[in-house]
Design a protein around this ligand. Structure first.
Ligand code: SAM
Length: 191
C-alpha cells in the first residue's frame, strides 16, 4: 500500500543509510542492463535518491529523472541534486499511475523497493511502458519473497511470479531474472 505519510525522519534515515549498500549496490542494475552514455533513465518511486543520485553521478551526459508521489521526497531529491551540482538530474512529482514524461521518451526505467508499496501495479506498469521507447528496459527490484531476516514479513512481499505476470499483462516481453542481490529479486523486461 502506498505510504502517503511516509515522510517521517526515521524512514528517511533508513532510505539514506549507507548500510543498504552492503546488500543493495545500485550500479549492478545499470551494469546488468548495459545502460550507457547519453541516454534517458527514469527512477519511479525515487524517494531520497538512493538509486537516482548514483545513476546521475555515473552518467553525467545522460538525462536522469527521479519521480515520486510524495512532494517531500521530490523536494529532498531536488535539494540533494542541487547541492551536488547534478545538472542532469530532474526531480518530478507524479501521480500513482501518471509519470509526467512523454511517450517513448526513456531508455531505462527503474523501480526499486517500490512494487510492494503499490496499490495498483497494473496501471502503473502500463504507464511505465508508455514512457519507455520501443525496446527500452524496465528494472524492478524488490524484496525477496522469503523469511531471511531482512525482507519484510510475508504479506508485504510480492512474489516474482506475480511481478512477471503483471509485466506480461502490461505488454512487456523478454522478462529476465538477475540473481545479483542477496535479499532482493531483480527482474528486467523490454517494452
Ligand atoms: C521504500 S521507498 C524506496 C525509494 C527508493 N527507490 C530507494 O530504493 O531508496 C518507496 C518510494 O516509492 C514511492 N511510491 C509509492 N508508490 C508510488 C507510486 N505509485 N508511484 C511513484 N512512487 C511511489 C514512495 O513515496 C517512496 O518514496
Amino acid at each position: 500500500m502506498a505510504d502517503l505519510l511516509g515522510m517521517d525522519p526515521a524512514r528517511i534515515e533508513r532510505l539514506r543509510s549507507p548500510a543498504r549498500l552492503e546488500h543493495f549496490e545500485p550500479s549492478l542494475i545499470w551494469s546488468a542492463l548495459g545502460f550507457t552514455g547519453d541516454r534517458v533513465a527514469v527512477d519511479v518511486g525515487s524517494g531520497v535518491g538512493f538509486i537516482t543520485l548514483p545513476l546521475a553521478r555515473a552518467f553525467p551526459d545522460a538525462e536522469i529523472y527521479g519521480c515520486d508521489i510524495l512532494d517531500g521526497m521530490v523536494q529532498l531529491l531536488h535539494d540533494a541534486a542541487t547541492v551536488e551540482g547534478l545538472a542532469n538530474l530532474t526531480s518530478l512529482q507524479m501521480m500513482p499511475d501518471q509519470i509526467p514524461l512523454s511517450d517513448d521518451s526513456a531508455d531505462l526505467l527503474i523501480m526499486a523497493q517500490v512494487h510492494h508499496e503499490l496499490d495498483a501495479p497494473a496501471p502503473l506498469l502500463l504507464e511505465c511502458r508508455r514512457v519507455l521507447r520501443p525496446d527500452g528496459q524496465i528494472a524492478i527490484v524488490d524484496w525477496k519473497d522469503e523469511d531471511n531476516g531482512v525482507s519484510p514479513p510475508a504479506g508485504r512481499r510480492v512474489p516474482p511470479t506475480v511481478i512477471r505476470a503483471q509485466l506480461k499483462t502490461a505488454g512487456f516481453s523478454q522478462v529476465e531474472s538477475h540473481p545479483l542481490y542477496r535479499f532482493h529479486t531483480f527482474l528486467s523486461a523490454r517494452a
